[in-house]
Design a protein around this ligand. Structure first.
Ligand code: NAD
Length: 296
């Protein structure tokens, strides 16, 4: 069992850290939110006064932060924690960030004798709680084998996408598709409801027809159709609109760097941007259906 420093205990990091505790690892945790820290302390984790203090005697560091700027600020620069992590330690960075940020931080870590993986996840808060996440890993395969037992305590599927940054590129392709699928699923359900269909019935029909997809079957955006999804709890406790917007922005950057075409990804980015600007940025992204149903 390892001594793990876990930084970032939000909607995803909180339950991921809980699963590491359940697997028998010793955890030292840090977050900017006292409430998030308390939940983990109650579950048996040690609490550090800062990220720097958390990593001091760790064998493994796991981070799960919102975006590139948080990850770069955590690891790099004079105030960064890389300088406080002992050589030989393994860093597993699970946030969804720009591939270039992942490469920059990994290079700085390697220069200090630290092993690092980008290991963004898919599966939502449900997957984080159940320990069934998919890890999409970039970095050295030998390092991935070292990380595998820790990843297996939090997830079910572990993929090696390629070298540093490749995990992030694959994750962004997936999340661009998710953003498009959720907007499309919400649009189809809103269309049916505007024409008098029961969303339960329409969801059942489409789940057994060619429109079936993850957003429809496991993360239905209409309140009342499904239990244990953000739509069932006022669009809280999921993947917020502003994080989806961040990921679609990363998709745009990724497309620009390769001169790739992403017409639907761009359209989805604009839809979530409009929804965020209307005040919905902190709601789960499945709330996009509210914007589409406003005219009803
Ligand atoms: P969140 O906002 O719920 O959690 C982020 C946590 O990081 C918060 O508790 C915040 O206090 C903490 N934090 C921010 N800066 C910090 C710092 N400098 N030091 C310590 N703690 C700090 O976000 P989330 O939904 O848990 O998402 C985290 C990452 O996972 C994001 O990159 C997101 O894109 C990705 N992701 C989310 C989901 C999802 O369904 N929520 C699914 C897959 C991937």
């Amino acid at each position: 069992m390892s001594r793990i420093a876990f930084i970032g205990l939000g909607n995803m990091g909180g339950p991921m850290a809980q699963n590491l505790l359940k697997a028998g690892h010793t955890l030292n945790v840090f977050d900017l939110s006292p409430a998030a820290i308390k939940t983990l302390a109650d579950a048996g984790a040690g609490v550090a006064a800062s990220a720097k203090d958390a990593v001091g005697d760790a064998d493994i560091v796991v981070s799960m932060l919102p975006a590139s700027r948080h990850v770069e600020a955590l690891y790099l620069g004079e105030a960064g924690i890389l300088a406080h992590i002992k050589p030989g330690t393994l860093i597993i960075e699970c946030s969804t960030i720009a591939a270039q940020s992942a490469i920059t931080v990994a290079k700085a870590a390697t220069a200090r004798g630290l092993a690092m993986l980008d290991a963004p996840v898919s599966g939502g808060t449900g997957g984080a709680i159940a320990g069934t996440l998919t890890f999409i890993v970039g970095g050295d395969v030998v390092v991935l084998e070292r990380a595998r037992p820790v990843l297996a305590a939090m997830g079910k599927n572990i993929f090696h996408a390629g070298s540093h940054g490749a995990g992030q590129t694959a994750k962004i392709c997936n999340n661009m598709l998710l953003g498009i699928l959720m907007a499309g699923t919400a649009e189809a359900l809103a269309l049916g409801m505007a024409n008098g269909l029961d969303p339960h019935v329409l969801s059942d029909i489409m789940s057994k027809s060619s429109g079936r997809n993850w957003a429809l079957e496991l993360y239905n955006p209409i309140p009342g159709v499904m239990d244990n999804v953000p739509a069932a709890r006022g669009y809280s406790g999921g993947f917020v609109v502003d994080l989806m917007l961040k990921d679609l922005g990363l998709a745009t950057e990724t497309a620009l760097s390769a001169q790739a075409l992403i017409p639907l990804g761009e359209l989805a980015r604009n839809l979530y941007a409009m929804h965020s600007k209307s005040g919905a940025g902190a709601l789960d992204f499945s709330s996009i259906v509210q914007m589409l149903r406003k005219s009803e």
